[in-house]
Design a protein around this ligand. Structure first.
Ligand code: AMP
Length: 141
């Protein structure tokens, strides 16, 4: 039985206590349309268990989540006739996470929708980039 947080809006949606526009459900995953879409058809895919961020999701759910993302993403593209699809995921408030139950945004995109999802910057030099990569790689287990 997946861990549930009774104060979590997404746990309440999964439990059927708050209505949603559901598009997918499996034993471990759930998906529904975002109430404030970037483009119509924008969906949220999530594990049923209450895991606050990406880094809390057990690796064993990886296959189920990837399957859910793939089938829901394909259906969104077919139905909306989208030209592309963004997969986005926010972790912690500083990154824009509003709901404390890890979830993936699937956003249908259109060649003429005019959206720019993020600005990019650059490293001062390749040494700085390589030093940072080494520090991160050393911590990856
Ligand atoms: P995030 O900022 O990544 O935490 O995204 C949370 C998303 O949940 C936002 O895009 C909201 O529009 C969406 N959202 C919040 N409450 C509901 C709800 N009751 N039904 C559908 N989407 C919701």
């Amino acid at each position: 039985m997946a861990h549930v947080d009774s104060d979590c809006v997404f746990c309440q949606i999964i439990a059927g206590k708050i209505p949603c526009a559901k598009v997918f459900e499996s034993k471990t995953c759930f998906a529904f349309l975002d109430i404030a879409p970037v483009n119509a058809g924008h969906a949220l895919v999530l594990p049923k268990g209450h895991y606050p961020t990406l880094m809390d999701i057990p690796a064993e759910l990886g296959n189920d989540l990837l399957h859910a993302l793939s089938v829901v993403g394909k259906a969104i593209m077919d139905v909306t006739k989208a030209d592309g699809l963004n997969l986005m995921q926010n972790n912690y408030e500083a990154a824009g996470q509003l709901v404390n139950h890890a979830h993936y945004h699937l956003i249908p995109r259109f060649s003429d929708d005019g959206l720019r999802l993020w600005e990019q910057t650059s490293y001062t030099d390749s040494d700085e980039m390589q030093r940072l990569a080494t520090k991160i790689a050393d911590l990856v287990k």
